[in-house]
Design a protein around this ligand. Structure first.
Ligand code: NAP
Ligand code: MG
Length: 498
């Protein structure tokens, strides 16, 4: 959804600092603050709390105290409040988008889709919660059976920096709808929009229902995972940290949702219109500056059209506008931070060393006034499917191109990674498209339109891409547990137990 009103970045006023939001108010963090930096200019925008065990303890305590009342609110009331949250997000979206663009370095135009998804997410769960409880009782002999859904309790949620508001909505909406209370830890590089949003939301929800605790992953994040009084862990981020979260949940025997990395194949059949397919492929690998777990980062192109397709892909890459994040015409902007920028460039070296061929891009470029940021060219790498560059998540605007001839062979290559989050297929042949989609090991498969998100469609990963599904009704299962109550009309006759 394209909007025309853009807030002037210079008009954004930040608070001097942002402490954690605990029990309905912003509090002073014990260990002070961390700079919140503009990803492309290096300017210190504000400061965020450097939270640790103390704040996590307070936040979990507040969430625990709020749980009995919140879990007993009617679904009508929770639904009204979720719709209010959606309204507040909608009313404040232009300002929040600009804050997020400055904080993360991502191109401002992309946030139209991000915020539309986030707003819809709150509205969806405001409605979905009603039908979730339907049909859960039935008569049994001499009585009745009720299957009751109950919220889990205090949910610990950790989100990454790449799509902060989408992640916030994915985590908060189903958990709140199901009647849970929350302690949310945003990523230290992408806190400002989340904290500004949380300031608005805590006025809508009863105190302690939502607590937001910023800080470093190794401090605030680790303390939250380790806290013994939570009832659910939900994490989106790297597979490495995801494993730690899963391990802790296993030790504590509490449910866990993990949304981890991806290395998504995008398969091009020979019957496509090449110009249209190139456009869709370019959208699929350059969006989010490439920092997406669902990036279409491995293009498999049929031999019959390979040469022409790749030639046009390169021509298209040359036209992708690299520029300041807050300029609406920018399509690739700044990587989140220096560490990630260097990581992306290191992958290009790895590619060269293992014999892959960089056909276009591969360099950092300078954008005047934004010299601090890591702006990386759209990069096209001819590679074999088994190479590291084709197997590991780069998290930059890069794509590998690989030839294929045989459909079974390309499906095998597509599935030959540890991940299984998303996949794309381009063809006008429906039988071919659906037949291939059936065989791909991926939680989401987009045919002829990459990133085709539809509210209410389950989202999550096969294999190392995670455990559980979000974005859909299934997320309500992830934040609820069932209780079966079987009621007999009267006691059995005396002497029945022989
Ligand atoms: P990450 O370390 O897994 O960070 C994700 C979240 O976990 C952040 O909030 C982070 O906090 C927190 N965290 C880090 N260490 C933690 C720990 N020991 N205990 C608890 N929480 C912890 O990911 P990253 O370093 O930001 O990115 C590294 C790679 O992860 C990327 O290159 C990419 O491959 C992958 N990634 C995937 C997604 C996705 O959507 N699936 C998103 C982002 C990154 P801080 O950031 O504040 O330290
Ligand atoms: Mg930042």
């Amino acid at each position: 959804m394209e909007t025309t009103v853009q807030i002037n970045p210079n008009s954004i006023k930040f608070d001097e600092n942002y402490g954690p939001i605990i029990n309905g108010e912003m509090v002073e963090p014990v260990y002070g603050y961390i700079d919140a930096v503009n990803a492309s200019t290096g300017e210190v925008l504000s400061k965020i709390g450097r939270c640790g065990k103390e704040e996590i303890n307070q936040a979990v305590k507040a969430a625990r105290a709020a749980f009995p009342v919140w879990s007993n609110t009617s679904i009508e009331e929770r639904s009204i409040l979720l719709n209010k949250i959606a309204d507040v997000l909608e009313e404040n979206q232009e300002r929040l988008k600009m804050i997020e663009s400055m904080d993360t370095g991502r191109a401002i135009h992309e946030f139209d889709a991000d915020y539309s998804i986030a707003i819809q997410q709150f509205r969806y769960f405001a409605s979905a919660i009603f039908t979730y409880y339907e049909g859960a009782s039935r008569p049994v002999q001499n009585g009745y059976l009720i299957t009751k859904k109950e919220p889990l309790g205090v949910c610990a949620q950790i989100i990454p920096w790449n799509v902060p508001m989408i992640m916030t909505a994915f985590k908060l909406a189903p958990a709140l709808a199901a009647g849970n209370t929350i302690v949310l830890k945003p990523a230290e590089d992408a806190c400002l929009s989340v904290l500004e949003f949380a300031k608005l939301v805590v006025g809508i929800l009863p105190k302690g229902v939502l607590n937001v605790v910023p800080g470093y992953g190794k401090e605030a994040g680790q303390a939250l995972i380790d806290h013994p009084d939570t009832d659910k862990l939900a994490f989106t981020g790297s597979t490495e940290v995801g494993r730690l979260v899963g391990k802790t949940a296993g030790e504590r025997i509490i449910p866990v949702t993990l949304e981890l990395g991806g290395k998504s194949p995008h398969i091009v059949f020979p019957d496509v219109d090449i110009d249209q397919a190139v456009e869709n492929a370019t959208f699929g690998y350059t969006s989010f500056n490439g920092q997406s777990c669902i990036l279409g980062s491995r293009l498999f192109i049929h031999d019959d059209i390979y040469d022409e397709f790749v030639k046009k892909l390169i021509e298209r890459a040359k036209q992708v506008k690299i520029g300041p994040p807050t300029d609406r015409s920018t399509r690739i902007a700044s990587i989140i931070n220096e560490k990630q920028g260097k990581r992306v460039l290191k992958y290009f070296d790895i590619a060269k060393k293992e014999g892959a061929n960089i056909l276009y891009g591969g360099n950092r470029v300078t954008v005047p006034g934004h010299e601090y940021g890591y702006f990386i060219e759209p990069t096209i790498i001819e590679a074999e499917s088994g190479m590291r560059i084709s197997q590991e998540e780069i998290f930059g605007p890069a794509v590998t191109v690989t030839r294929w001839n045989d459909v079974n062979e390309v499906i095998k290559m597509a599935n030959s990674v540890d991940y299984g989050l998303a996949a794309g297929i381009m063809t006008g042949n429906l039988e071919q498209a659906l037949g291939t989609a059936n065989k791909l090991e991926a939680g989401s498969v987009w045919i002829n339109s990459y990133f085709n998100f539809q509210t209410g469609a389950p989202f999550g990963g096969y294999k190392n891409s995670g455990v559980g599904r979000e974005y859909s009704k299934e997320a309500l299962d992830a934040y609820s547990q069932s209780k079966t109550i079987v009621a007999a009309y009267q006691l059995p006759p005396a002497g029945f137990f022989k």
